[in-house]
Design a binder for this molecule. Structure first.
Ligand SMILES: [Zn+2]
Length: 343
């Protein structure tokens, strides 16, 4: 083959390659996303939450039999939807030894587990978007079961629905370009231990982890929104990445229409919620993170945080929002820019 010939073949193959790239770019458009947003339903969230926040799970205390039972339910749902555990893991569990859980606060917790599931990206499989929610709660106190339907049963079942939506998209040829790790962390109520363990023992390098979308309590309303549940507090979206802030804003305008409340995003807010849920263990490592939250209410950390009080229309809408944010992060051309210092 002569040089000229080689050149022609080379040019032809570049041309074909660029056509196929261009056609790939048109995948996962607005039309597609709306279809998958719509697969997230309040009925399915309800079915899951009546199980996850039932007395049978005994308040899901870290390391308890009840929590393990809840964990088995989560895994059964991933298996049902044919969503595997991550490559490189033996199963759906990331085991956390008691010694780690007890090191910080001198407690007496048994071993526990994070639970994970994984959808591999089609174009940038090594770039990971984490979607997290804690599945532990505070267990049984004085004979009363604390079911934690909102905290964080709501986020736990949201992850199941989001995963199902991504899996459905993938089945129909619209799988995410980047990989998605669904991470149900343990030990949150004792000090964000499960997410800290993951961040210190990450399955995928943190430098390749492009974002964390964290969900902790999205099924209720607080006093400040007594007249409407059509809102969500958004915390941390602009701390590390102006891209993440823009995505959260635009995705909402385009597809969801919740009132985004930035009250707790204020660096000086005395509640310091930014430091109080699992996304913080990603954010402190420089990973752009956003925390979706409905605020506290009279049943917060009480035995009365029951599934009967969940507003499933609000839970569905906020779950759809989290899905849409993750979809955009996973499918956009460039990974999120990091242009802020996190403070
Ligand atoms: Zn919580």
């Amino acid at each position: 083959m002569n040089f000229q010939m080689k050149k022609i073949i080379l040019l032809t193959s570049i041309f074909i390659l660029s056509i196929s790239c261009a056609s790939k770019k048109s995948d996962n458009t607005t039309v597609d996303i709306q279809k998958y947003i719509n697969t997230i339903s309040s009925e399915e969230l309800k079915t899951h939450l009546y199980i996850v926040a039932s007395d049978e799970m005994e308040g899901r205390e870290t390391g308890s039999e009840g929590q393990k039972k809840a964990g088995k339910y989560l895994i059964s749902q991933y298996q049902k939807n044919k969503i595997p555990h991550p490559k490189g893991a033996k199963n759906y569990y990331q085991n956390i030894p008691a010694a780690f859980l007890n090191a910080k606060r001198n407690e007496n917790l048994p071993d526990s587990e994070n639970i994970w599931a994984f959808i591999e990206g089609s174009e940038k499989p090594n770039e990971i978007v984490v979607i997290s929610a804690h599945y532990d709660h505070v267990g049984i106190k004085n004979g009363e079961i604390y079911n934690g339907a909102d905290d964080d049963g709501s986020g736990t079942v949201a992850l199941l629905e989001i995963a199902q939506a991504f899996a459905q998209a993938k089945k129909e040829g619209h799988g995410p370009k980047r990989s998605i790790l669904f991470l149900h962390v343990t030990g949150e109520e004792h000090g964000l231990h499960g997410s800290r363990f993951y961040s210190e023992n990450p399955l995928f390098p943190l430098v390749n982890t492009v974002a964390d979308v964290n969900i902790d309590m999205i099924g209720r309303r607080d006093e400040a929104h007594a007249n409407s549940n059509n809102y969500v507090y958004i915390i941390g979206s602009d701390y590390l990445s102006s891209d993440l802030y823009t995505i959260c804003e635009e995705t909402n305008k385009k597809h969801i229409n919740l009132d985004l409340d930035y009250t707790y995003n204020d660096r000086k807010d005395p509640n310091r919620f930014y430091y109080r849920s699992d996304h913080y263990n990603f954010a402190k490592n420089g990973i752009p993170s956003v925390f979706l939250f409905n605020g506290t209410h009279a049943d917060y950390h009480k035995a009365t945080d029951e599934v009967e009080k969940i507003e499933f229309d609000a839970l569905a809408k906020r779950t759809r929002y989290a899905f849409a944010i993750a979809w955009e992060i996973a499918n956009r051309e460039n990974r999120l820019i990091i242009d802020k210092d996190g403070k």
